[in-house]
Design a protein around this ligand. Sequence first.
Ligand code: NAD
Length: 245
Amino acid sequence: MKRVVLVTGGAGGIGRAVVETMAERGYQVVACDREEEKGRALVAELARAGYELSFLPCDVSKEEEVAAVIKAIEHDYGRLEILVNNAGIIRRRTGEEISVADWDAVFAVNARGPFLFCKYVTPIMKRQRWGRIVNISSVAAKTGDITSAPGYGPAKAALDCLTKTFARELAPYGVTVNAVAPHAIETEMSAQWSEEKRRSIIAAIPLGRLGTPREVAAAVAFLASEEASFITGAILDVNGGFLMV
Ligand SMILES: NC(=O)c1ccc[n+]([C@@H]2O[C@H](COP(=O)([O-])OP(=O)(O)OC[C@H]3O[C@@H](n4cnc5c(N)ncnc54)[C@H](O)[C@@H]3O)[C@@H](O)[C@H]2O)c1
């Protein structure tokens, strides 16, 4: 029986690459995103390529929408083996300029969303006595954000700590919880950089280029696999050598 994987923010960027990679590797993929049209278009496109997956609209920051997604998956499949908390947003303003509402919004998507999904999948994964949770963090959790986003790095740092906290709580049930921390990946999020910013970011990366969403997805697939069974509470850097600690 195919393992069921839920990918949040699966309609675009890194999430889309995770959806494609996991479908190609034989998983039953469920994508959710607040962008319903993009999500449905992705499902149709992958269906033409021979992959059958489903899409559920969801704003990850809203508890009732998270609960509804998990209920639908339980109803349709009766199980959920893998959760990939990928949805994320950034608001680029200085600390002085950012509104409290924007700062809260960044935390709501990047930290509360993953918390909600971890909370709602916990009883399912405990019951299965098997599960994999992979959270998409960022190098900004360790360095502070280098593009002036005072909510983003702190929210990702909270996500790293959430990862370790759930890793401890769920370890006795055969559930591993890890994070992947990318830096400078070619997506809509990074397309917001000015040309000058882009050049300076690349100059600080030993591998001398931006990363691809597929390179992040490969790390996610590894942590979600059977082979990663003795890894939990880890933050795996995918950053071209930008930060070596
Ligand atoms: N691109 C990078 O360089 C980079 C670097 C480090 C970390 N990340 C992290 O990787 C993840 C994916 O980023 P990306 O670059 O692919 O971004 P992206 O903006 O290209 O895609 C993010 C996806 O999440 C969805 N999303 C946003 N808010 C949502 C919400 N409230 N509910 C449901 N879906 C929502 C969007 O609709 C979109 O499909 C994020 O967590 C981001 O913080 C990205």
